[in-house]
Write a protein that binds this ligand. Sequence first.
Ligand code: ZN
Length: 189
Amino acid sequence: MDFNSHADAIVRVAVGLVNELTPGERRGRNLPPPHDLAAAATEGLRAGYPGHRKVTAEEARELAGVAARLRAVFDAVAAEDVDEAALRVNALLEETRARPLLQRHDGEPWHLHFHGTGGTAAEDWAASCATGLAIVLGSEFHDRLGVCTAPHCDRVYVDVSRNGTRRFCGTACQNRVKTAAFRARGRTP
Ligand SMILES: [Zn+2]
C-alpha cells in the first residue's frame, strides 16, 4: 500500500491505540486492563511515531476513549460493513473538525498534519487517526483494515501486503492457528 508516509504512520497509530487501549483478547488470552495506562497509550502512539514523548495519565484516558471509537471502525470493516465504518469515521472527522496543516519540524520536509479543534493532544490524534482511516476507506484498499481471525484474539491490523491476504494480528497468532490446524489433521483418521 502506498499512501504518503505520514498517512501510513497515523494508520499505524490507530492500530497501536486500538491494540493497546481497548479491552478484549490478545493471542489466546484475556487482556487485563493496562496497569499503566499512560505507558500503554504511549506504546500505541509509538507504533507510528517511535520517538513520541510519554503521554500524561489524563491524555491516556482521553486516548482510550478515542481508541474505542477507532475500534468500531475496524470491527465494521471486518464485518464487511464499510458503510458503517465510513459513517463512524465521518462522525469523528466532524466532531474533531479535522483540519490539515502543513508543518515542518525536526529537520523533516514539509508534511501534512491533522489537528482537532480542542487543542488537546488526544483531540489532535483523534483527528489524525480519523483522517488516516478515511484515506484508507476512501481508497481501493478500503478492506485492508482487519481484526485478527485467530481464536481468542481481537487485536486489529492494517494489511499492507501486496496481495491483501493478511488475517492475523501478527506471526504469533498465525503460528497458533497453523499449529492447531496441523494437530487437527494429525487426529483425522
Ligand atoms: Zn491475533
